[in-house]
Write a protein that binds this ligand. Structure first.
Ligand code: 5GP
Ligand code: ZN
Length: 154
């Protein structure tokens, strides 16, 4: 779990204040639904955050339109990063909740150019529970998908 988590309320969090120009940042792109700016930490040169313009704590609070817009902006930033900071690889990372590694509670996606041995690590303990368990998990998720959708803010 991260040591620091910004728990400021909607409208007062770091990224709301950044979008409102109340705190300085290096903005790369803005549109009606998204804002993209340089991550202050720059894990690798060209490390950009794509955030929703509206405050949403996390992925679960996005509208479908915001979710689509975020991925579109992330792709445009990725294409630009390939030109400005050519890299062998590129990672998109999006964390939700402190347990998921999220430190700023305003939805954002990292776009990170990647290089061999750049020190970024995400440990991924495989369980491989077998086909029967996979089928059971899939059934549970298909049942959940069939439930009425959550009220949309679109
Ligand atoms: P998370 O850990 O929530 O996925 O990512 C939060 C990111 O926000 C971190 O990579 C951190 O460097 C970045 N960040 C935190 N505060 C600021 C800030 O004031 N300005 C900018 N540009 N980035 C920030
Ligand atoms: Zn916010």
């Amino acid at each position: 779990m991260p040591h620091f988590v910004d728990t400021s309320p909607a409208g007062e969090c770091i990224f709301c204040r950044l979008a409102a120009r109340e705190i300085p940042s290096a903005i790369v792109h803005e549109d009606d639904l998204t804002i993209a700016f340089m991550d202050i930490g720059q894990v690798n040169p060209g490390h950009v955050l794509v955030a929703t313009r509206r405050h949403a704590d996390n992925l679960l609070e996005l509208t479908d339109a915001e979710a689509a817009a975020v991925m579109q902006t992330a792709r445009h930033i990725a294409l630009a990063a390939q030109k400005a900071f050519p890299s062998a690889g590129l990672t998109l990372l999006q964390a939700n909740g402190a347990e998921g590694g999220q430190t700023v509670r305003h939805f954002h996606m990292h776009v990170v150019p990647r290089h061999a041995n750049d020190g970024i690590e995400l440990t991924w303990p495989r369980k491989e529970p077998g086909a029967a368990v996979l089928a059971d998990y899939a059934l549970k998720l298909k049942s959940a998908l069939a439930l009425p959708p959550a009220p949309s803010k679109d």
